[in-house]
Design a protein around this ligand. Structure first.
Ligand SMILES: CC(=O)N[C@H](C=O)[C@@H](O)[C@H](O)[C@H](O)CO
Ligand SMILES: CC(=O)C(=O)O
Length: 293
């Protein structure tokens, strides 16, 4: 298994105007991340991959293309979580056979699942696939909050490597680092990397690393080295960029910034707004020129 620490881009997917996957564009996004952003790995099939709007076959196609393009150049994590547990298992088996270094699964959402149900979900995916698991916790989108003791329950399974922590709850993060020092944490909010890295996370998984991966690595490594003041200066610039991206439409703007660099990042998948307006294009260009050129 590859080293799973470090900077991971949450991989964007290029879609054609009709919503189908643009394979050539997806391959270009992967190359850009590996060759230009110098990421340590890719998190495939996450929120940033617009995964929860896709069919099972499309999700498999993306896992296949990402592995075929990345080969063994970087570590690969497959997000296979779904409220449809059978689908999660099927995708988990598929990604495991392809050679993904670990699986990850979002906490099951929509219904108010009990903790035993959530635990059963993870245990089932692990037992059926035999692969490693990274819990994907993103309470602001799922409404699912897992507490310190509950993480301990999930962590009893040695196949659970840790958590992708997309939350701003730094008290919980500190408690997790103290209680389970051997389990890994990947920070999920790019705009909060300095505080997360200060608390000793092992890696970060982010959407904006697709275009701002070099700064992300600087922030992460400077903070780890105790140079928090220097890290914070880069975080401030990064957050001016992220603020602009969020206000203009998150995935759509990152895609337009990629297109300005010759990467065919395509459109988004409906029901997300697929295509940028003229004003959004202008703003994306401004952000690119101000922060990334
Ligand atoms: C929902 C989502 O996309 N989360 C990403 C990863 O956790 C982040 O990378 C954010 O996109 C980013 O931090 C901007 O808020
Ligand atoms: C990083 C992130 O939230 C995702 O794409 O899943």
């Amino acid at each position: 298994m590859k080293n799973l620490k470090g900077i991971f881009s949450a991989l964007l997917v290029s879609f054609n105007e009709d919503g189908s996957i643009n394979e050539k564009g997806l391959r270009q996004i992967i190359r850009h991340n590996i060759d230009k952003m110098k990421v340590d790995g890719l998190y495939v099939g996450g929120s940033t991959g617009e995964n929860f709007m896709l069919s099972t076959e499309e999700k498999k196609q993306i896992f296949r293309i990402a592995k075929d393009e990345a080969k063994d150049q970087v570590a690969l994590i497959a997000q296979v979580g779904s409220v449809n547990l059978k689908e999660a298992v099927e995708l988990g088996k598929y990604a495991t056979e392809l050679g993904y270094d670990s699986l990850s699964a979002v906490t099951p959402f929509y219904y108010k699942f009990s903790f035993p149900e959530i635990k059963h979900y993870y245990e089932t995916i692990i037992a059926e696939t035999g692969n490693n698991m990274i819990v994907y916790s993103i309470p602001f989108l799922t409404g699912v909050n897992i507490g310190v003791e509950q993480f301990g329950e999930l962590y009893k399974n040695p196949k659970v490597l840790g958590v992708k922590f997309t939350a701003g709850d730094f008290y919980l993060l500190e408690r997790l680092r103290k209680a389970y020092p051997e389990k890994l944490v990947w920070a999920g909010f790019d705009e909060m990397m300095v505080p997360a890295a200060s608390l000793g996370v092992h890696g970060a998984i982010g959407s904006t690393f697709n275009v701002n991966g070099l700064r992300a690595r600087q922030i992460f490594e400077l903070t780890q080295a105790g140079q928090v003041k220097e890290a914070l200066e880069i975080q401030h610039v990064t957050n001016d960029l992220i603020e602009g991206i969020l206000a203009n439409g998150l995935y759509l703007t990152i895609k337009e910034i990629l297109k300005l660099q010759g990467v065919d990042a395509g459109y988004c998948r409906e029901p997300m707004t697929a295509k940028a307006t003229e004003a959004q294009l202008v703003r994306a260009k401004e952000l690119y020129e101000q922060f990334l050129k």
